[in-house]
Write a protein that binds this ligand. Structure first.
Ligand SMILES: C[S@@+](CC[C@H](N)C(=O)[O-])C[C@H]1O[C@@H](n2cnc3c(N)ncnc32)[C@H](O)[C@@H]1O
Length: 308
């Protein structure tokens, strides 16, 4: 299943279009009623239920939102819309991980406009800042023999670090992001992998303990519990290898939290403790604005750690 928004029924599609227009004009209650009528025609239309949930949410109708999200999940078993995350957020729960299908589909949708949206519109700065943090530590002329870029996306971080790598591998959960990265010809190897899965199931390729650099720029916000991701990094990295990554910064009492953006944020203590538990010592931490979201700056933390 994809996020394709057509129902297959022309009348339902028209009602949904009109409902969208009504909602954009602020008439959320009328829009929700019209959307409900569309769904009477196509009751198993997951994207339609999700649209109803979004309209009801805008109108502040919590019960209708949650009910429509449950319906979305009933007809979209892989939960590509992240309806389960939304329900959890509304109910104040923090699931340890998002559904992998949701993250993959989110970035498959986003891939074509990702570079422009992030760099030009959202002032995304992690790739340059993380690469600078690494170079400050190892020296500007240092070359890594085998660098592995997890959640490589379209290769924005790869472009910053490629000159310091003999070999650069990239892994991502989204095929469309990987296709964009491939077109840039920065990586020696690209493949699909899901770092929220344990190492034996994640799809990461090759010799264990081979990487002298592992990076994950703006990836941990799509994971709550970092255990599986750090297990993967620990399986990949050589003793003394460097692990560089970013998180969205949560308050110190949080551990990790799910935000209304449906991204996760992690506290510094939580991350440092998780690193320590995986045999890493933290070499440097930098607090910085990593991008904007709805016009607001998002504060993040950059980490540089060494496998002991
Ligand atoms: C915000 S983008 C950052 C991409 C790139 N690192 C950069 O700095 O431009 C996050 C990337 O992480 C990938 N991602 C998220 N969760 C993942 C997972 N569980 N396994 C592998 N990749 C993941 C997404 O598909 C997306 O390409």
């Amino acid at each position: 299943m994809t996020r394709n928004l057509t129902s297959g029924d022309i009348t339902a599609d028209r009602r949904s279009e009109y409902a969208k227009m009504l909602s954009e004009n602020g008439d959320h209650a009328a829009a929700a009623d019209l959307m409900a009528q569309a769904l009477e025609l196509v009751p198993n239309w997951a994207a339609g239920w999700f649209q109803l949930a979004e309209i009801a949410e805008k109108g502040g109708d919590r019960d209708r939102t949650v009910a429509a999200l449950h319906k979305t999940m009933e007809f979209d078993r892989n939960d590509i819309f992240g309806a389960g995350l939304k329900i959890a957020r509304i109910e104040g729960r923090t699931p340890p991980l998002p559904p992998s299908a949701y993250v993959a589909e989110l970035f498959n949708d986003y891939a074509a406009r990702f570079d422009e949206a992030l760099v030009e519109k959202l002032n995304y700065t992690v790739p340059g800042k993380l690469a600078a943090l690494i170079r400050n530590h190892v020296g500007p002329g240092h070359s890594f023999f085998d660098a592995v870029d997890l959640g490589c996306g379209t290769g924005l971080f790869g472009a910053e670090i490629a000159a310091n790598c003999f070999r650069l591998e990239g892994y991502d959960i989204s095929d469309s992001m990987l296709a964009r990265a491939s077109a840039k010809k920065l990586y020696n190897h690209l493949a699909r992998a899901d770092i929220s899965r344990p190492p034996e199931q994640s799809g990461l390729f090759g010799q264990p303990r081979r990487a002298d650099l592992v990076s994950a720029a703006d990836v941990m916000m799509y994971l709550g519990d970092l255990k599986a991701a750090f297990d993967n990094v620990a399986a990949l990295i050589k003793p003394d290898g460097v692990f560089a990554f970013s998180v969205e910064k949560a308050g110190e009492d949080a551990g990790f939290e799910l935000r209304s953006s449906l991204r996760y944020a992690h506290s510094e203590t939580h991350v440092v403790t998780a690193l320590y538990g995986h045999g890493f010592e933290t070499l440097a931490t930098e607090e910085t604005v990593i991008r904007t979201d709805a016009g607001e700056p998002i504060t993040g933390l950059l980490f540089l750690a060494r496998k002991t």
